[in-house]
Design a protein around this ligand. Structure first.
Ligand SMILES: Nc1ncnc2c1ncn2[C@@H]1O[C@H](COP(=O)(O)OP(=O)(O)O)[C@@H](O)[C@H]1O
Ligand SMILES: [Mg+2]
Length: 251
């Protein structure tokens, strides 16, 4: 499989704490990489570095496209998003006073502004409504398009947040704890969505605490501990690795 996103020997110190301490990983086409590790392992910092929120002290982030490699290291969020890396958040990043459809319209209009010069009447942009409905259906919110985000369940807000991350047509999607705080039924919907997006060819890096979810959706799992990659491999290999238990529960 061809690599899509390559993280090379990335480091980030906060004072004397090495939040990320020499991490390398590759996300390949049509694959899901699960990123696990105890609290403080450096998972969110790594997502922050990839998505441009935080600049790494050393190391490289590269996107591999059909036209060649693009260096994303330390570039602005807008550039990284435009190049094709999109992110959904642990706390859904939606406008609670807007309906599902208006949230999607707003995100679509904002994402088009990444590519084109602003125009006066955004409502007139062709295709925005169709695309908003298409994305709502894709995440299973087609019956909820007229509902205000504030009235959605937590799980539905997560689905909407993922739909909003898809408005930029990403080449790679980063998900930070997509099932955190969800019921078993809601977790099932997120798992189905991740599997559906994978079938559509969107590679993903998924930070997730629920190990059952991670081991079921991931093609490969990377376990971090104290800023470093501790174990990496197929889900069943990582799951049975004794080092994982030590990292989570101590000796
Ligand atoms: N902005 C920050 N300032 C100082 N320390 C930070 C900051 N962000 C993260 N850290 C520290 O870096 C380490 C990794 O944190 P984080 O990436 O949030 O881990 P995880 O997401 O795996 O729980 C922790 O020790 C955390 O306290
Ligand atoms: Mg975190």
């Amino acid at each position: 499989m061809r690599p899509v996103l390559v993280v090379e020997d990335v480091r980030k110190y906060y004072g004397r704490v090495a939040a990320v301490d020499g991490v390398s990983l590759t996300i390949e086409e049509e694959s899901v990489v699960g990123l696990i590790g105890p609290n403080g392992a450096g998972k969110t910092t790594l997502l922050d570095i990839i998505s441009g929120v935080v600049r790494p002290d050393t190391g490289r982030i590269k996107l591999v496209t059909g036209e060649g490699e693009v260096d994303l290291t330390g570039r602005p969020i807008s550039y990284i998003t435009r190049m094709g890396v999109s992110r959904a958040f642990q706390i859904p990043n939606v406008f609670s006073g807007l309906t599902v459809l208006d949230n999607l319209r707003t995100a679509l209009i904002a994402s088009r502004r990444l590519y084109t010069r602003p125009t006066r009447s955004y409502e007139a942009l062709p295709g925005v409504d169709e695309e908003a409905h298409r994305l709502a259906s894709l995440v299973g919110l087609e019956d909820r398009v007229e509902v205000e985000a504030s009235s959605l369940s937590h799980g539905e807000r997560k689905l909407l947040d993922i739909a909003m991350a898809l408005t930029t047509k990403p080449r790679v999607l980063l998900l930070d704890e997509p099932t955190a705080g969800l019921s078993a039924v809601e977790k099932g919907r997120i798992v189905e969505l991740i599997e559906g997006l994978k079938r559509r060819g969107i590679p993903m890096l998924v930070v997730e605490h629920d190990l059952d979810v991670v081991f079921s959706v991931s093609d490969r799992v990377v376990a971090m501990h104290e800023g470093k990659v501790l174990v990496e491999g197929k889900p069943e290999e990582v799951r049975s690795d004794p080092r994982l238990r030590v990292a989570y529960f101590g000796e």
